[in-house]
Design a protein around this ligand. Structure first.
Ligand code: GDP
Length: 141
């Protein structure tokens, strides 16, 4: 077990539904600690850059539209195996395939509007944290 950090986003559908607190409760309930957080409205350029890896996918344009449709909340979560712990608590990308009790099973609208983002590995976690936060923004707890 290693202490890790991961980048999480409460996506526009969940912010619009006013369930930021309910989602934070899910993180805290599994021992993840919020060590940085901020609400922000992504620009088109930021959303395109963040999802650059999906540029060739057919849903890329819609994904960028959706991620810029309203504010998001970005946070750094810290904990033992934080990357996989967060992925588990998020559930599968498609809410119809997500395990009962996961954030996406309980709160997602669709495969696109699926409430949360979470980094999928150590390298992406590092680059995604750097995308949104300076080292000084991340607190010791
Ligand atoms: P994640 O790591 O579980 O978020 O999934 P991916 O990295 O595969 O996809 C990134 C995001 O793109 C997802 O969270 C969805 O918001 C969106 N997405 C993925 N697959 C689809 C799809 O088939 N259609 C649409 N419209 N959006 C999708």
């Amino acid at each position: 077990m290693t202490l890790e950090r991961t980048l999480s986003i409460v996506k526009p559908d969940a912010v619009a539904k006013n369930i930021i607190g309910k989602i934070y409760d899910r993180f805290e309930s599994v021992g993840l600690t919020i060590v940085a957080c901020r609400m922000t409205q992504l620009s088109r350029e930021q959303a395109e850059a963040f999802y650059e890896v999906h540029r060739q996918r057919p849903f890329y344009g819609e994904l960028v539209e959706y991620m810029t449709s309203g504010p998001v909340v970005v946070q750094v979560l810290e904990g033992e195996d934080a990357i996989q712990t967060n992925r588990r608590v998020m559930g599968a990308t498609n809410p119809e395939e997500a395990e009962p009790g996961t954030i996406r099973a309980d709160f997602a609208e669709s495969v696109q509007a699926n409430a949360v983002h979470g980094s999928d590995g150590p390298e992406t976690a590092r680059s995604e944290i750097d995308f949104f936060f300076d080292e000084g923004d991340v607190c010791q707890r």
